[in-house]
Design a protein around this ligand. Structure first.
Ligand SMILES: [Zn+2]
Length: 215
């Protein structure tokens, strides 16, 4: 673990002093405004993308930013959703997919999942995305198809998200909103799903409450 000692020392020396008051204020409670569900990928850093501070984003990170539909898997994602929505009472849920996602790539190379039963079972929750992507974007190949699939996966996982009773209730009574994002790692850009047109639009071109809160 010596790998992390240098970073820890830097945090103690250069970072913590500047944030000490903030951390002390947050020490006993949190009131994040957003549940941020994204991939475990090491290149996706939500705090960088949104320039948010400690205490603002309640994060749930899972392979492929997959949200199992309600009743299909009572796992950590479901627990994170219920806790964020029912206890922390977040205002927003963001599902953020990204470019070059290994989970999406796995659909094109299932042979690479040999012996990985858990991964196979997990990415089955993205089967509807692959079905739609093949139907709609089957003429694309390589990275272009991968982008289309990753975006379609965001749409599918948002649909799953809405099946959770606490999310459905929040959407119905207006206390919660859900958004889908696609993050391009190389370009450093975020696109948000327009839930009316089904198209992704660069985030700074979208005028809504989520943007206002985190900008
Ligand atoms: Zn990923």
């Amino acid at each position: 673990m010596n790998l992390f000692v240098t970073g820890y020392k830097k945090f103690r020396r250069d970072v913590y002093p500047g944030l000490e008051a903030q951390y002390r204020a947050l020490a006993k409670s949190q009131k994040p405004h957003t549940l941020f569900i994204t991939c475990s990928d090491s290149r996706v850093r939500p705090a960088d993308l949104t320039q948010t501070q400690p205490g603002e984003l309640f994060k749930c990170r899972v392979v492929g930013n997959i949200v199992p539909a309600h009743g299909t898997a009572a796992g950590g994602v479901t627990a994170a959703i219920e806790y964020a929505v029912m206890v922390l009472r977040v205002d927003n849920v963001v599902v953020c997919g990204h470019s070059d996602c290994g989970a999406m790539r796995a659909f094109s190379h299932p042979e690479k999942l040999e012996g990985m039963k858990a991964v196979r079972a997990w990415i089955e929750h993205a089967e509807s995305a692959i079905a739609v992507a093949k139907g709609q974007f089957g003429h694309l190949s390589g990275d272009e198809f991968l982008v289309a699939l990753a975006k379609e996966n965001v749409i599918s996982q948002l649909q799953h998200l809405r099946t959770h009773p606490c999310v459905a209730t929040g959407l119905r009574n207006g206390s919660l909103r859900v958004e889908g994002w696609y993050y391009d790692i190389g370009q450093g850009t975020i696109e948000q799903l327009d839930q009316v047109t089904g198209k992704f639009v660069e985030l700074d071109q979208v005028d809504d409450r989520v943007v206002a809160q985190i900008s």
